[in-house]
Design a binder for this molecule. Structure first.
Ligand SMILES: Cc1cc2nc3c(=O)[nH]c(=O)nc-3n(C[C@H](O)[C@H](O)[C@H](O)COP(=O)(O)OP(=O)(O)OC[C@H]3O[C@@H](n4cnc5c(N)ncnc54)[C@H](O)[C@@H]3O)c2cc1C
Length: 182
């Protein structure tokens, strides 16, 4: 939901990265593009197809990027990363903002604790758990992404989402763990 009451709709296709250039859809003509896009959703319910049909804004094709699992960096004084810069993942887990806010909170707490001691701040913030929770969310995003496109979808995706929604988010799990251990 946008601030002006509008709704922004995302549709996802599993296609080669060159698809936007070769698919034959003219994304500069959104109304025509909407009609062409609907051919990719032929067997879908009319209610869902309506989300594409009813659109009135531009259509922007974007590729989805994610970092590999096990991503870490070598500490450099005076520089660190938070949010997507630290752990960009596909949006399928819905965790990116949560992790970004937790990163910011933890970095702020490290600065409060260590003050001008930058080395201490970074040692506190760039601990294993930063990378562990990034990996956990990245793995969940990968699982959800695969489930979204496998032969059993939508059941497979729904199963993961039901499991995930009934428990804490990855960010909450790691924040809780930290709360208990401190
Ligand atoms: C389709 C989609 C759905 C998503 N759904 C969810 C969801 O449901 N829940 C969730 O938690 N997360 C979701 N996410 C992920 C979430 O959007 C990101 O994790 C989050 O926005 C990351 O915040 P950030 O501040 O780290 O980076 P960004 O939001 O990318 O902010 C970085 C900013 O830096 C600016 N910038 C870049 N380069 C420069 C430069 N050289 N100079 C100045 N400025 C620069 C950019 O313009 C941007 O404004 C989704 C992402 C996508 C793409």
């Amino acid at each position: 939901m946008l601030g002006d009451g509008g709704v922004c709709v995302y549709v996802t296709l599993r296609v080669p990265s060159s698809w936007p250039r070769h698919c034959g859809i003219d994304f500069n003509s959104p109304d025509e593009a909407r009609v062409d896009l609907l051919t990719h959703f032929g067997g879908w319910s009319e209610q869902l197809r309506e989300l594409i049909k009813a659109g009135s804004g531009p259509i922007v094709p974007r590729q989805v990027y994610h970092l590999p699992l096990g991503q870490k960096w070598k500490r450099r004084l005076g520089l660190t990363l938070v949010g997507d810069a630290a752990h960009v993942m596909s949006p399928f887990a819905g965790e990116g903002v949560n992790l970004g806010m937790l990163d910011a909170l933890e970095l702020a707490n490290a600065i409060i604790k260590h003050g001008p001691n930058i080395k201490g701040c970074l040692e506190e913030y760039e601990r294993d758990k930063l990378f562990e929770r990034s990996d956990a969310a990245n793995q969940l995003a990968r699982d959800c992404m695969h489930a979204a496109f496998d032969a059993r979808t939508p059941e497979s995706l729904a199963n993961i989402l039901f499991e995930t929604i009934s428990g804490p988010t990855v960010a909450e799990r790691f924040a809780e763990k930290e709360g208990k251990s401190s």
